[in-house]
Design a protein around this ligand. Structure first.
Ligand code: GLU
Length: 287
């Protein structure tokens, strides 16, 4: 018998945790405790630190301390993505060998220009194509940096269309989406799955780990609802199971804006220093 409810909280150690993170972690943790799983729902913590340019070990230590202070508990060992870069590289190679990826040499600025000059004028997700082989070889030879992008065109041909792709949303997307959702991976365009400075990008590491760790329910903020559309496609391409999604509302501050790591105020450490107890914060957040 296996667990019917396994969820995770997957922060990136790029700053101190704030109220929004606390809300997300507690939502997932409570969901595991409340799950009607005969074996007991499981809650995992995963450190998403593949972007070495932004993540710092002191933020990882701090988030572990803050979560424990908040009263959340998780299983050990904790999976740290930077310890498993070879796994993600393997998945990336598989996709590349199947022709699903292409090298993109465009800079951020060039991408932005391409998107803006699209015929319908509106901002849209980037879609491109591989360079002619001779030019590509020349630019690789010249040591030009490139990213690996997923080719939506190729993915669509491989799967015979995206019509059969769907996922179950038990929470709510930003526009009230709920129930069986038809996946529209086009939302993300040809997403970057690897960059030169960061061997693998977020979407690939997430779907790989969710499957490896047997995650049955992804509980996370609505800011990642669109990501589910892209991740559903990657699951299909890699033959991985699709978890159930429960996107939750985003917490906003008194100014109506959502909490972000860039807001220095209201981190859990600040609140603790101001004399707040974990019990007070849990109550304020509705737990
Ligand atoms: N690491 C992501 C973040 O901190 C969350 C990934 C996820 O929950 O799927 O925003």
């Amino acid at each position: 018998m296996t667990n019917t409810f396994v969820t995770r909280f997957a922060p990136s150690p790029t700053g101190y945790l704030h109220r929004g993170h606390a809300f997300s972690a507690l939502t997932a943790w409570e969901a595991a405790r409340a799950a009607p799983d005969p074996l007991g729902g499981r809650f995992l913590l995963r450190i998403e630190d593949i972007d070495r340019t932004r993540c710092r070990p002191e933020f990882e230590a701090a988030l572990v301390e803050d979560l424990a202070w908040l009263g959340v508990s998780w299983e050990t060992p904790v999976r740290r993505q930077s310890d498993h870069l070879e796994d993600y590289a393997g998945a990336l190679r598989e996709l590349a060998e199947r022709g699903l990826l292409y090298r993109c040499f465009k800079t951020r600025k060039e991408i932005a220009e391409t998107i803006q000059s699209a015929p319908h004028g509106a901002m849209e997700a980037y879609r491109g194509e591989p360079l002619p082989p001779a030019e590509e070889a020349r630019r690789i030879e010249a040591g030009e940096p490139y990213a690996w992008r997923l080719s939506l065109d190729h993915a669509e041909r491989t799967l015979g269309g995206f019509d059969t792709l769907s996922f179950v949303e038990e929470g709510e997307g930003p526009n009230g989406e709920h129930g069986v959702i038809a996946a529209r991976p086009q939302i993300g365009g040809d997403v970057v799955l690897a960059r030169k400075d960061v061997g693998v990008a977020y979407h690939l590491a997430v779907v790989f780990d969710d499957a490896l760790q047997g995650i049955t329910h992804v509980v996370r903020g609505q800011d990642l609802f669109e990501a589910a559309h892209v991740q559903r496609l990657l699951q299909a391409l890699l033959g991985l199971p699709t978890p159930i999604y429960r996107h939750h509302r985003l917490l906003t501050g008194p100014d109506g804006k959502r909490f972000a790591k860039r807001d220095r105020s209201e981190t859990l450490r600040d609140l603790r220093e101001q004399g707040k107890t974990a019990a007070q914060i849990r109550t304020e957040l509705g737990f």
